[in-house]
Ligand binder design. Structure first.
Ligand code: IVH
Length: 694
């Protein structure tokens, strides 16, 4: 890190902020993931070496920080008002009538915005810097969620101008992200969120900001309470917010009169199913702040705005049967087979019942009349059973004790809501896993659609994801609807996903669908191992130990990874992938670190520390890891060395020695790492790792 100046650091902060804005707000990235990651890692390195430089708007805030015990309450003297609302066109006309009556002879332009179904928040900026954030709560009392808000990449940490003001908006989930989150939660045996709104609220109001950071929350800003001091109208407010770097919903419309307001509503309603976010209606606002001021507010609502809600997306139908689907992790999901019914533009014949607990709570029986709702879910859900319509002919349904596809007895682990098929060869699991493997989020293999996956598994050509890489055009040709050209496309697409540099280890780990390892965890695990062959060459114990001390990977995840690797079929799968030439790497810097870890002078040695050292403990940890050692939090029988600092009692040293642990001092450790002691335990010196040599 020699030669880095504070100006270099500040420039890096600005540059990363610019790329965040390009990527997250404008959707127009200039850098690829690997280049961005390299800049970001450099930022983290500088911040670790110069903690006093860290800026209050550093992009490193985006990863969250230490959990808090509880949220502070924020009590507002002027409460955030809520909106009057209606489902009724006549009531909307009445609202309009009241507005024009109160402003006689004036033209009244409106702004019509989607009413985003998320969680209201308020952000405070001081001199352009984000200093505080709170939820709307009940309007008067909200919760201070500043650390969590800082992890939302769309929220600028610093504005293009040094403004001091407040701005309100809505934190929400994009529907595609919501579906992916629920899939991940269900794969982990955790309860899914009922709808995108609950997912947003649940993810923002987490006491551990690093978990919030792992959730792809989004935000739209739409209201500046100080009004005219910021811009003359609502429309110009949205424009100015956008120019300042805030995400502003692009589906808002400025309307000259009532007819245009109705048309804007109709237009959004017709696009409802295709919007990337969940909107439960529109908000109609008088555009001019001068007019808003004259209209004023009642005790509860402003008189210048109203929420005009979309019709509820509910329908009533009958349960014809209950099916049980098997997911890629073996989770058994009960699904209601319904009499087909129209629900906001589509015909619905399936609804998720999530899991047996949920099914029991609803008490759904075959033959029941039920209310289903589409609340941002791809698959609608049964939300209510109309029990007063029962005639006694309904049949209760019990979750099967065996996997409905392969017949293996199903298991339900403590603390999980899902019952699972434990058979990794279960054809249903294999199909789902391969489908998932091919998705864009994972290995991104084109031309590998669900129907083809079914055929590949049923024909026995593919029994695990590694088999994909052995497929030939000749093997594919006999399959149904498989012309030579398609067969070539499939084989080429699979080959592309294996090409060196085409996919990262992170993606492959995501694609393998290990329990608890979603995209974010996969990045951390991938950074530790650098490439697949390295992970595949380790014993499950070594791999678990290598993750010790990795920020944000706790014992639960380590243990689950160790367990996964310990299953013979999984170890074999990794070896088979490597043998098939699938050996993706994590981008350069991490790979170098991992290489150092494999060959460094402390390679594989477990090192614990006690007493007061000359260097900070986390510095020692980083240095040990950079030289291939494994940093242990406590001494155990597996520890190789205990580095004893000052003021360490004899008892501690004797206890360590009794366990066969060698006790060394800090200087010896650092001389080993520097390679200037002949008795260093591992290989020789490895150059200048991170400038940490004494
Ligand atoms: S304006 C004083 N605009 O709907 C007016 N609200 O009860 C401030 N909402 O709590 C609100 N989208 O969380 C406004 N485009 C939008 C909105 C919106 C969603 C939420 C907001 C508020 C609730 C209204």
């Amino acid at each position: 890190m020699a030669g880095v100046t504070k100006d270099d650091y500040l420039a890096l902060v600005r540059e990363l902020q610019r790329h965040d804005h390009l990527y997250y707000v404008l959707d127009r990235p200039e850098l690829g993931d690997a280049d961005y990651d390299a800049l970001y890692r450099r930022l983290r390195e500088i911040e670790e070496t110069h903690p006093d430089w860290v800026m209050p708007d550093s992009p490193s805030l985006r990863v969250g920080g230490a959990p808090v015990a509880a949220f502070e309450q924020v009590v507002r003297d002027v409460p955030m008002l809520s909106l009057d609302n209606t489902y009724d066109a006549a009531e909307l006309a009445e609202f309009h009538g009241r507005v024009v009556e109160a402003l006689p002879g004036e033209a009244v332009p409106f702004v019509v915005e989607p009413k985003i179904d998320g969680l209201g928040i308020e952000l405070w900026y001081q001199g352009g810097l984000l200093v505080d954030a709170a939820t709307r709560g009940d309007g008067r009392t909200g919760e201070r969620i500043t650390r969590n808000a800082q992890t939302i990449r769309e929220i600028p940490l610093r504005l293009a101008e040094p403004l001091t003001f407040r701005v309100r908006g809505e934190v929400y989930f994009r529907l595609a992200d919501f579906a992916a989150l629920n899939e991940e939660l269900e794969a982990d045996g955790k309860p899914a969120f009922k709808n995108a709104r609950n997912a947003a609220a649940g993810s923002l109001r987490l006491l551990d900001p690093s978990v919030t950071a792992s959730r792809p929350l989004r935000v739209f800003l739409y209201h500046v309470p100080e009004g005219e001091a910021f811009a003359p109208t609502q429309w110009t407010t949205l424009e100015r917010l956008r120019a300042l770097g805030f995400p502003v919903c692009a589906d808002a419309a400025r309307c000259d009169g009532f007819e245009a307001v109705q048309a804007a509503y109709e237009k959004l309603l017709s696009r409802r199913e295709r919007l990337p976010y969940e909107a439960d209606g529109v908000v109609v606002k008088v555009d001019s702040y001068a007019q808003q001021r004259r209209l004023g507010a009642t005790a509860k609502y402003p008189r210048w705005a109203i929420a005009y809600k979309f019709p509820a997306r509910r329908a009533t139908t009958r349960v014809r049967g209950i099916l049980v689907q098997v997911g890629r992790t073996g989770a058994l999901t009960p699904v209601a087979d319904l009499e087909p019914v129209e629900l906001s533009g589509t015909t619905v014949s399936r609804a998720s019942l999530h899991n047996e607990d949920q099914m029991r709570a609803l008490d759904v029986r075959i033959g029941d009349a039920v209310v289903i709702e589409k609340a941002g879910e791809i698959i609608p859900q049964v939300i209510e059973v109309l029990k007063d319509r029962r005639d006694g002919g309904e049949q209760a349904f019990a979750m099967p004790q065996r996997c409905p596809v392969c017949g293996t007895p199903a298991e339900r682990r403590e603390g999980e809501v899902a019952r699972r098929c434990p058979n990794v060869r279960c054809p249903a699991r294999v199909k789902e896993l391969i489908r998932y493997f091919a998705t864009r989020r994972a290995m991104d293999v084109d031309h590998l659609g669900p129907a083809l996956v079914d055929q590949l598994v049923e024909s026995g050509l593919v029994r695990d994801v590694a088999d994909l890489y052995a497929l030939t055009v000749e093997q594919l040709l006999p399959l149904e609807r498989m012309a030579e050209k398609s067969a070539r496309n499939v084989v080429a697409a699979i080959a592309r996903s294996r090409a060196p540099g085409a996919r990262t280890l992170r993606r492959l780990l995501t694609a393998l669908g290990l329990p608890h390892v979603g995209d974010v965890m996969a990045a951390l695990v991938a950074a530790r191992f650098g490439r697949l062959s390295r992970l595949a060459a380790m014993s499950p114990e070594e791999a678990g130990a290598a993750l010790e001390g990795v920020h944000r990977i706790g014992p639960e995840i380590r243990e689950s990874l160790r367990e996964w690797l310990a299953a013979p079929e999984n170890g074999a799968l990794l070896a088979k992938l490597v043998a098939a030439g699938v050996d993706p790497e994590e981008p350069a810097a991490d790979a170098a670190a991992a290489a150092a870890a494999a060959t460094g002078p402390l390679a594989g040695k477990k090192i614990a520390v006690t007493g007061t050292l000359g260097r900070k403990r986390d510095q020692v940890q980083r240095d040990v890891e950079a030289h291939g050692g494994v940093f242990a939090r406590a001494v155990s029988g597996e520890t190789d060395y205990l580095v004893a600092g000052e003021k360490v009692g004899r008892k501690k040293i004797e206890a360590a020695e009794a366990k066969g642990v060698k006790v060394i001092d800090e200087e010896t450790l650092y001389r080993w790492m520097a390679g200037d002691l002949p008795d260093a335990p591992g290989g020789g010196p490895i150059g200048e790792p991170g400038g940490s040599n004494p």
